[in-house]
Design a binder for this molecule. Sequence first.
Ligand code: PHE
Length: 346
Amino acid sequence: MKEIVVNMIDKIESLLKEASEFSAKNTGEIEEFRIRMLGKKGSVTLLFDEFKTIPAEQKKELGQKINALKNAVQQKIGELRNSALSDGDIEKIEDPTRPGTNDPIGSRHPISLVRNEIIDIFTRLGYTVADGPEIEDDWHVFSALNFPPEHPARDMQDTFFIEKNPDILLRTHTSSIQVRVMENQQPPIRVICPGRVFRNEAISARAHCIFHQVEGLYIDENVTFADLKQSILYFAKELFGEDAAIRLRPSYFPFTEPSAEVDISCNLCSGKGCAVCKGSGWLEIMGCGMVDTNVLESCGIDSNKYSGFAFGMGIERISMLKFGVKDLRLYFENDLRFLRQFESVI
Ligand code: PHE
């Protein structure tokens, strides 16, 4: 009997050595090792079978040794599997009891949500989306749009210049995309131009040097101011609800004549007057107007035959009004506590 016990101790030691020296090239080899040690006919399992035949007085010491061996083998398998996992060998481990990986799902940024919604609305009216470069030349941002040479927007204080003479700059509005569309396409034209724009402004709760716009352009024969007004009313109702009302105030832009500023009835107080609309019941949401004939001609479109309207809005502003966000800077900080609030918004 003594001999059996001595043999078993030898076996335990050699298996311990084998386990500590074992290494695997892939998960298949780990599984082979597991079966060889812990399977039904595995070395460790057979030792346990043999253990049952040992007299009770010798069981204590031997039992501890066998258990230590089993633990060492299991620990080895665990370590090998973990390193296989971090090597990206996950799918090869066929262990149905392993917990699934929990990949967190992100959510859309509120600027993207509102941009997509604006695009959806105008797409339903037959508009297509046009894109253009953020780094532009003077022609597409200013000259083709009828900006007089001394216009303040051309000043260093408003525009980020990359080079001077000839001027290369960061676009201050996405009207530059509309110029590119008109240069390349004859009417009918119906495009919206979403994009990032840049202005040299101090960052505050209400202004940022980078923000997002959607501008639109509609050119065809016999397009009138009434078409403009109706399109914008439709847009306002789609975005803010059936009760939304608009009003137009005369304004000035170099590229439109006549020009107007569009106000929407305050969605927070239903027009009664509150802190957000400063008691007026109205909120300014965009600029618009009939495309100036000089602009049409600069872009190669016959202004005797065609007329059109244009409009432009800041996405941050619309998003602030829609979601009740009070500080523009929140959109740029990527604070998850802010972004997570938009998870449920489609
Ligand atoms: N381009 C103008 C801006 O950036 C917006 C605008 C577009 C106004 C079209 C009128 C017509 O402020």
